[in-house]
Write a protein that binds this ligand. Structure first.
Ligand code: SAM
Length: 296
């Protein structure tokens, strides 16, 4: 999908980030983005219910905004099975309607052309005193991120390893906030790498909200990382939500994803229980389904 760029090693000793071939432009607005961003928008709204400032650390930010008419999205129009199916729908559950409104804010005129990625959704939610730290390692994606959000108030962009940032930038000075971990999962050990980084981060910022997106490829691999996280003793409350638009497949096109929230905000569980059946119906490409539960 793109050229290889030189290997970079994480300075905190994690396995090297070898190939940054992944480009989110091929996937922006797909079912996985919809699940993740519905939860993200809910968490941002929840943080804004209190006047105290908050910070968000987006460890794998991407380029910020995705043009759905660009070559990548035309070649791989995953968004048509995701946000494309929600666009223009009325009477949706509240959490979906909020997500749609956040996307509509970047599409003046009513046609869906731009899909705002996580840092753009977050930047749009910041108030005076709130902060976003967004990390992106791919030079071209980082350059695009700078073009779209380089001057946005409260936004600090970092061309650095997001896992290293989890160790370096937490806790935030605001002492409250959200951490979004959304790696590309190109490396076979990415689940383990993210798990280790999150466990470390929890020691520094135990009461933050964590939103961790994972592909639904291997149920046993996800069960194992969840069990290890729970056994670490650092986790207080959890909420896991899975959405699949077709029967899960270990290989090939992604059919589902899972978000794990640590310290989920009040109200998220019922909101997802209302939203996910609607999403599973609207985005179905086959045997779709959903689940929402806390981890034991
Ligand atoms: C799934 S995409 C992010 C999508 C974005 N969070 C959103 O929701 O719009 C993952 C991004 O992480 C970048 N990346 C890969 N390894 C990284 C690392 N170790 N640190 C920071 N960014 C990384 C990739 O270049 C890619 O742009």
């Amino acid at each position: 999908m793109s050229r290889n760029i030189p290997q970079k090693h994480s300075p905190w000793g994690a396995p090297p980030v070898t190939d940054l071939n992944y480009r989110h432009a091929f996937h922006a607005g797909n079912h996985g983005d919809v699940l993740k961003h519905v939860a993200l928008v809910f968490c941002l709204d929840a943080l804004k219910r209190k006047p105290a400032s908050f910070a968000v650390l987006d460890t794998h930010a991407g380029r910020g905004v995705y043009d759905l008419a660009a070559a990548e999205a035309v070649r791989s129009p995953e968004w048509t099975g995701g946000i494309g199916r929600l666009w223009g729908q009325e009477g949706l559950p509240d959490a979906l309607a909020r997500h749609l409104a956040a996307i509509a804010a970047h599409n003046a005129g009513g046609d869906l052309r731009l899909y705002p990625g996580s840092p753009t959704l977050i930047a749009a939610a910041l108030r005076e005193g709130d902060e976003l730290h967004a990390c992106e390692l791919h030079p071209e994606e980082y350059a695009a991120l700078r073009r779209s959000l380089g001057r946005a108030p409260g936004v600090r962009l970092h061309e650095r390893d997001g896992y290293e940032a989890l160790a370096a930038l937490l806790p935030p000075t605001q002492r409250r906030g959200l951490v979004l971990i959304d790696p590309p999962y190109e490396a076979p050990d990415e689940l383990a790498l993210a798990l280790a980084a999150i466990k470390g981060a929890l020691h520094r910022f135990a009461h933050g909200i964590y939103l961790w997106w994972r592909p639904l490829k291997s149920a046993s691999a996800l069960a194992a990382v969840d069990a290890e996280l729970m056994s670490s003793g650092a986790v207080r409350s959890t909420l896991r939500a899975d959405l699949w638009v077709d029967a899960p497949r270990p290989e090939g096109r992604l059919t589902g994803s899972s978000i794990l929230l640590l310290n989920p905000p009040f109200g998220l569980e019922p909101a997802l229980r209302e939203a996910l059946p609607a999403l599973a119906g609207l985005l179905a490409a086959g045997a779709s389904g959903w689940s929402v539960r806390g981890l034991d």
